[in-house]
Design a protein around this ligand. Structure first.
Ligand SMILES: NC(=O)c1ccc[n+]([C@@H]2O[C@H](COP(=O)([O-])OP(=O)(O)OC[C@H]3O[C@@H](n4cnc5c(N)ncnc54)[C@H](O)[C@@H]3O)[C@@H](O)[C@H]2O)c1
Length: 336
């Protein structure tokens, strides 16, 4: 059977170089995950920096490294991964999806874009050209799927409140938290946000962070009479990604940057009013599987119409960030 032909645009860390990071569970990149599949051939890679492209091709035994997107598309890839800085997403997606040799599928790195207008344009360009757009968020991670299942099955979706913390900026890490909340709670009805004022130039744990990547403290209001609070800050010196859900009879905490899930349920109350309390914390085991492997499997063989990582889902999440931006600017609650 013919192999699926893959092209990669942007030959940096998330495209492949992170495979050399001993702290990461493998595969942890596009090239790393594609390379493990027998039914895939990476036919070419493209980077505006010729040297980076050449080194990348050598590292992953890719036969062709080019500097122009047209040259990559001349190789007729079926799937193209786009791993360039997110400010270039709209322009690159336009070039790829608008080309006569357009691929059937694009796997775009998160965030979908850097403005609401560009995010909508990215989704429209793909739809109008018949290209299936996927965005690499964390929805397929076994950890967050388990969290979602517990909210649904153990606590019957009766969320009273959610409190979420995350470091870096909204485009670098915050989008993952917004997307996670959207995948569990749905889209909020309204957003009220304040922008973090501190000027932060660089973060040691996030090389994609830039000083203009806004951070927000935001309240998200939902139809079922509950609110979620997101505190996104670049003022910690460590990377941080935690969320807690509160229910009438317990709570779940996802801590340790997506590695530890802790549940507490109400104990059986006795005669004393003091017995109406939560039982001891229990750590929930999660069957782990590398997220990148799941994402690439989904793009290659999943059902697009029901896919959790299709572009429309990423667009919905981005609308929340756009609403935060508008709310912080106008100092008003913004309806979605
Ligand atoms: N899903 C995740 O958890 C996750 C994690 C890290 C980064 N990302 C996203 O991936 C993207 C890339 O991040 P990275 O850390 O790999 O960055 P990087 O700087 O390591 O790599 C980007 C590469 O793109 C190349 N490039 C830039 N503009 C280009 C263009 N117009 N055409 C071709 N090549 C171009 C650069 O030369 C560089 O080699 C960002 O948008 C980031 O938000 C996602």
């Amino acid at each position: 059977m013919a192999k699926v032909r893959v092209g990669i645009i942007g030959c940096g860390n998330i495209a492949g170089l992170n495979e050399s990071d001993p702290y990461r569970q493998k595969p942890c990149t596009h090239a790393g995950a594609y390379s493990r599949r027998q039914d895939v051939e990476i036919v070419g890679c493209c980077d505006s920096d010729a040297g980076r492209g050449r080194d990348f091709a050598q590292r992953f035994s890719i036969p062709c490294a080019v500097t122009k997107i047209g040259q990559l598309l001349d190789l007729r890839p079926d799937v193209v991964s786009i791993c360039v800085p997110y400010r270039a997403h709209r322009r690159i997606v336009q070039q790829v999806a608008g080309h006569q040799n357009r691929p059937a599928k694009i796997l775009l790195e998160k965030p979908i874009a850097h403005s609401g207008k560009d995010a909508q344009a990215v989704a429209d360009i793909c739809r109008e050209n018949g290209v299936r757009l996927y965005v690499n968020n964390r929805r397929l991670s076994p950890f967050y799927r388990k969290l979602r299942r517990m909210v649904r099955e153990d606590f019957h979706d009766e969320v009273i409140a959610a409190t979420a913390w995350c470091s870096s900026g909204m485009h670098t890490i915050g989008i993952h938290m917004v997307d996670l909340l959207c995948s569990i709670c749905g889209e909020p009805l309204w957003v009220s946000a304040q922008k973090e004022a501190a000027q932060i130039e660089r973060l040691p744990y996030s090389h994609n962070f830039t000083p203009d990547d806004d951070r927000y403290r935001a309240v998200l209001g939902y139809a079922r009479d509950f609110e979620a609070v997101i505190i996104n800050t670049a003022r910690t010196r460590f990377t941080y990604f935690e969320v807690e859900f509160l229910f009438p009879n317990g709570r779940i905490r996802a801590v340790d940057n997506g590695r530890t899930l802790i549940v507490q349920k109400m104990g059986r109350p006795g005669k004393s009013t003091l017995s109406y309390r939560l039982a001891a914390e229990k750590q929930v085991a999660v069957q782990d599987k590398p997220l990148f492997q799941l994402v690439i499997d989904e793009v290659l063989t999943g059902d697009y119409d029901t896919s959790a990582v299709r572009g429309e889902e990423a667009l919905k999440s981005y609308r929340v960030i756009e609403a935060m931006r508008r709310s912080a600017r106008t100092q008003r609650k913004v309806s979605l």
